[in-house]
Design a protein around this ligand. Structure first.
Ligand code: ADP
Length: 511
């Protein structure tokens, strides 16, 4: 405000000029441009006209061609231009010059403000363009998201729902305008009020909102507005600069996919059942021939019947494995858990495999204390688990080797071996099957429990199998509240272990 001229007021100002001066200042703050204020001032000063000229030669009194008078417009030390009056004939130019000089700081201030305003206008125009660009970008992004088949929600770091795509509306029947910009509890409440939307959905959103570390996924079924299977995943979202944006919840309609899966599973299980019936009779009659008619068969035919029985066995095993996998996939596997002794289960599996053990010349040591607490499991399914692991130990130990089965009880994570997964139900019994076979390379470890995964090495070539055994073992053990893991050294041997909750720890199992 040091542009104001308090000194000059006392020098030249009249009461009237003073009022005009303040009015000019007031106008300066209100108007965008200085020009509209000039005719009024010209009237006040009784000059024909007033104009602002570009900075030129500094002349205070010299009237060009006798009819103009100019004073410089200064702001601090900078000359912004000149205030030029067109003088009427007979005007006292000395007095007029003094009055013009009196008003010049107000005009200069006016000019400065207009210039600032123009700068601001340019700036805001630029900002406006930027805002429009951002807006367009957002529009494009929204159009893309709206066009995707997935429903997407974004909850920001303040727990406010900042994005909901139209698909969410069609999946849930909840209008997105009812939830957008609202706190996440409001969304949870809306979902809770809707019949047909599962409690799992509200639980999941409430549990994950505000958690900016975990990524999770799952699946649930809606019955309204339409029956749908929704696969969901949720993860924290960061922008490239590393700033946390919030948490995204995405939902995909997997109804058709699941329907196709179910049809495929039904088809496989139908075909497998149909194949098993004739195969059972092939196997039954070849066994009968071998047992009862062996003396009536010459050696060559006996050998053929042996081959028929052996291959019928292999096919039956394969078909049973496929049926198990389809049952596991479609949640149709029936487990009948009861309190049972692991030692008896191990004995049964060893009895099933004793011929193979003897044929291969392996020794089997069983070190299972009879004092172990009872476990809570489906005994038939656990015999299947043990048989699979023992059969693998026998198969993948090429020369006569040593197979050892051991078991112990783990009451807490402290009792677990270092290689065991730590998420376990305690107390549990841990069973290990150790062999001195071909072992497993570390690279194969990840995929070993995947379906149809078989390791092809020069050692394992020629050993029959489907790659389904370990996948079934894993599912059966996990369905009974246990875990499976292994450790191995190539060419030295492997140890496969699994846990199963004891009857006392079983109330914690999830099945
Ligand atoms: P399959 O034995 O029918 O091929 P599995 O699912 O039981 O199928 O096993 C998958 C693969 O894991 C096998 O092909 C084999 O390469 C490897 N494997 C399983 N058990 C052992 C073991 N005890 N020693 C070495 N390799 C094994």
């Amino acid at each position: 405000m040091d542009a104001l001229p308090p000194r000059s007021l006392s020098e030249t100002g009249t009461e009237l000029d003073l009022r005009a001066f303040y009015r000019l200042i007031a106008l300066a703050t209100q108007l965008d441009a200085v020009d509209p204020a000039l005719p009024a001032l010209a009237g006040h000063l009784d000059v024909a006209s007033l104009a602002i000229m570009a900075p030129g030669e500094r002349r205070e009194h010299a009237a060009e061609d006798g009819s103009h008078l100019s004073v410089p417009l200064m702001f601090h030390d900078r000359q912004l231009g000149e205030l030029r009056a067109t003088v009427r004939p007979g005007t006292d130019t000395a007095i007029l010059a003094a009055r013009l000089k009196f008003f010049s700081p107000a005009i200069a201030l006016h000019l400065v403000m207009s210039t600032r305003f123009e700068e601001r206008a340019t700036e805001s125009a630029q900002r406006g363009q930027l805002a429009r660009d951002l807006h367009d970008e957002r529009d494009r992004l929204e159009a893309v998201l709206d066009a995707t088949n997935d429903a997407i929600l974004l909850v920001d770091t303040q727990d406010t729902l900042t994005m909901a795509t139209p698909q969410f509306e069609s999946f849930t029947g909840i209008s997105r305008y009812d939830i957008l910009g609202m706190p996440v509890e409001h969304l949870v409440q809306r979902i809770g009020e809707r019949p047909g939307l599962p409690a799992a959905m509200t639980n999941m959103i409430s549990a994950l909102a505000g958690n900016f570390t975990e990524s999770l996924g799952g699946e649930f079924e809606l019955t309204e507005p339409q029956r749908r299977i929704l696969v969901w995943y949720s993860l924290p979202v960061y922008v490239r600069s590393g700033v946390l944006l919030g948490r995204i919840f995405a939902f995909r309609d997997a109804t058709r996919e699941r329907e196709l899966d179910r049809m495929k599973t039904d088809f496989i299980s139908l075909v497998s059942h149909e194949l098993r019936t004739p195969l059972t009779s092939v196997k039954g009659f070849s066994d009968l021939l071998l047992e009862n008619g062996a003396d009536r068969l010459d050696d060559e035919i006996r050998e053929y019947v042996d081959i028929i029985a052996f291959n019928a066995d292999r096919l039956i095993t394969l078909i049973n494995d496929i049926l198990d996998i389809t049952r596991i996939d479609s949640d149709r596997i029936e487990l009948k858990p009861e309190g049972c002794m692991i030692a008896e289960i191990i004995d049964q599996a060893a009895a099933i495999l004793h011929i193979q053990l003897d044929q291969r010349g392996h020794t089997l040591t069983i070190d299972v204390p009879r004092t172990l607490p009872p476990i809570w499991a489906d005994p038939a399914r656990l015999v299947q688990v043990m048989t699979n692991l023992l059969a693998n130990a026998i198969k993948y130990t090429i020369h006569s080797g040593e197979i050892a089965v051991s078991a112990f009880v783990a009451n807490s994570a402290d009792d677990l071996p270092a290689t065991a997964p730590h998420a376990q139900i305690f107390p549990c019994v841990i069973v290990s099957v150790h062999d001195t076979g071909i072992g497993i390379a570390p690279d194969d470890a990840e995929k070993l429990f995947q379906r149809f995964y078989r390791i092809e090495t020069s050692e394992s070539r020629g050993i029959g199998g489907t790659g389904l055994g370990l996948a079934i073992v894993k599912s059966l053990v996990e369905l009974q509240g246990g875990r499976v893991w292994f450790e191995s050294t190539p060419m030295q041997g492997s140890t496969f272990s699994f846990s199963v909750p004891t009857a006392s720890g079983s109330h914690l199992a999830s099945y």
